[in-house]
Design a protein around this ligand. Structure first.
Ligand SMILES: N[C@@H](CCC(=O)N[C@@H](CS)C(=O)NCC(=O)O)C(=O)O
Length: 213
């Protein structure tokens, strides 16, 4: 990673990573000026001396400001950008805000850890299905089932408009097929993926077209 002068918000991330897309989509959606620095996780980009000096945890995404403040963790970056912009992505109602946070914690503990992990193993490490822990499929399907129930009665995970919860959860849900999950079995989740992608102005991930970002 070449040394660079930071003149505005800079997001370090790998475009294949849903976690990295969350803050990027949020910044784009809110028209927040930023630079994107591509870090290749498959080729050790997060473990270089230079990157570790910025984030000793050795993970992307990472946000960095010209005054040298840095912030790791996708959901923390996304929330900070949404809050700074005074956007409607964070519900004003305190209970709805708590519900949004509840989805964000759940995403990191129960969703990303199964759906993103299985996708990474299958698509990027090319691990044969027979060698992938079967618990990942079971846990991921359970997570999609929870979302299906909520989205049967509502267009968004919280309240009447898109919030940070939708952005966080759509990141890996829209590419769940790349991890071997069949979203057609979760029609309300599939419908929600479509209108969340539309609201964000990002392309539609297509289960029939292989790799999508
Ligand atoms: N909880 C973190 C997870 C970050 C994470 O797992 N990043 C992965 C890419 S999705 C990474 O940087 N992996 C490279 C490595 O561990 O060296 C977040 O949401 O930002």
């Amino acid at each position: 990673m070449p040394a660079r002068e930071i003149t505005r918000l800079t997001l370090y991330g790998d475009s294949i990573s849903g976690n990295c897309q969350k803050p990027r989509w949020t910044a784009d959606y809110l028209d927040i000026d930023h630079d994107w620095v591509e870090i290749d996780i498959l080729n050790g980009g997060t473990q270089s001396e230079e990157f570790l000096a910025l984030n000793p945890v050795g993970q992307v995404p990472l946000a960095r400001w010209p005054d040298e403040r840095v912030l790791p963790q996708s959901n923390a970056i996304m929330l900070y950008l949404a809050e700074q912009a005074g956007s409607g992505l964070i519900p004003e109602d305190t209970f709805e805000r708590a519900q949004m946070n509840s989805w964000l914690f759940w995403e990191q503990y129960s969703h990303e850890t199964s759906i993103a992990v299985r996708r990474f193993q299958k698509l990027y490490l090319k691990t044969p299905d027979s060698e992938i822990d079967p618990q990942l499929m079971a846990k991921g399907r359970r997570a999609l089932g929870v979302m299906e129930m909520t989205l049967t009665y509502s267009d968004w995970l919280v309240g009447e408009t898109m919030s940070c919860a939708d952005i966080a959860l759509v990141a890996y849900t829209r590419v769940a097929h790349e991890g071997g999950f069949d979203l057609a079995q979760f029609p309300n989740v599939e419908r929600w993926v479509g209108h969340t992608e539309t609201e964000l102005g990002i392309g539609h991930a297509n289960p029939n077209e292989g790799l999508t970002l």
